[in-house]
Design a protein around this ligand. Structure first.
Ligand code: URA
Length: 296
């Protein structure tokens, strides 16, 4: 199939409002290339149902005379994604029709729908429910955990167990309640579990696949302060080396997409090590001072 035919078909399907389907970060560059191609040759000879091969061709092949920029193709995320390319069985049949819509452009509803049907990594295989996040879409405070656990996977809401109760108390200490001026999200939206069915931390690949969703949530909410709950969240948000000790992440105000971010201990860790609660209290005081500073 000619690349520009594929491009034209995708453009048509996009205009018919079919989709959306999750695409990785470099979708913008591909869409731009396709748009240039379609503008150069607007003739639409015939339309057939878009298949995964259309998606694959649009992504892998140069479109018209345009080359997908090398920097885009050499990106690690891109190559990881190609490994699970759309021609594999990662995408369900229902996702064969594509609308070129990158996560970074999605509305709340599109983002929520995209997460609900996401098959970007293996975590989709074992999930019962995706855990998108909960709270006010205009929240002042954003709390970011690691990923859903056993109970969250069943209920579809973040922090519903004992750790959630402690988190609710941490919120109260800041003068807020779950759902009021706060939003609670996770780095990954599906539960990571090991061979024995126990909760485990998400892998670097799983985090990389899911992070665009959290980034979009942050961009849509525009909170005044982000609180990273635990090392996984702090590392994912800052991009620091995963070996960075927690002591280097705490006690300072980081910037995440221009928004102040304070790192503290994960509530589940605090349940195991209650003596560390005093340090978490210090972190929350820093978060509160930061909040007060941003709200002046
Ligand atoms: N731990 C997390 O990091 N997130 C949850 O939603 C639940 C437990």
């Amino acid at each position: 199939m000619q690349s520009n035919q594929a491009a034209t078909r995708i453009k048509m399907l996009t205009e018919m409002g079919i989709g959306p389907v999750w695409l990785p970060r470099y979708a913008d560059a591909i869409q731009e290339a396709i748009e240039v191609s379609v503008t150069a040759d607007p003739s639409i000879d015939h339309i057939e149902t878009a298949t995964q091969s259309v998606i694959a061709e649009a992504i892998v092949a140069p479109v018209g005379n345009m080359q997908v920029p090398e920097a885009v193709l050499s990106d690690e995320t891109a190559s990881a994604w190609f490994d699970q390319s759309p021609v594999s069985d990662v995408l369900p049949v229902s996702s064969r029709v594509v609308a070129l819509r990158s996560v970074s452009d999605m509305s709340w509803d599109e983002l929520e729908a995209s997460v609900a049907s996401c098959r970007a990594c293996g975590l989709c295989e074992g999930r019962q429910k995706t855990v998108f996040g909960v709270g006010a879409r205009t929240a002042n405070w954003l709390f970011v955990g690691e990923g859903p656990g056993y109970n969250e996977n069943i209920q579809g809401e973040p922090f519903v167990g004992a750790a959630g109760q402690l988190l609710d108390n941490m919120l109260l200490s800041l003068g807020v309640r779950r759902g009021e001026r706060t939003y609670i999200a996770n780095v990954v939206k599906c539960r990571p579990s090991n061979q024995e069915g126990k909760d485990r931390p998400p892998s670097a690949d799983e985090i990389a696949s899911c992070l665009p969703y959290l980034e979009r949530q942050i961009a849509l909410i525009q909170p005044q302060v982000i609180v990273a709950l635990g090392k996984t969240a702090a590392i994912a948000l800052t991009g620091f080396d995963p070996e960075t000790p927690v002591t280097q992440l705490r006690n300072k105000v980081h910037r995440v997409a221009g928004i102040p971010m304070v790192a503290t201990y994960h509530p589940a860790y605090l349940l195991r090590k209650p003596l560390e609660k005093s340090k978490a209290w210090q972190d929350l005081c820093l978060a509160q001072r930061t909040f007060d500073g941003t709200s002046v």
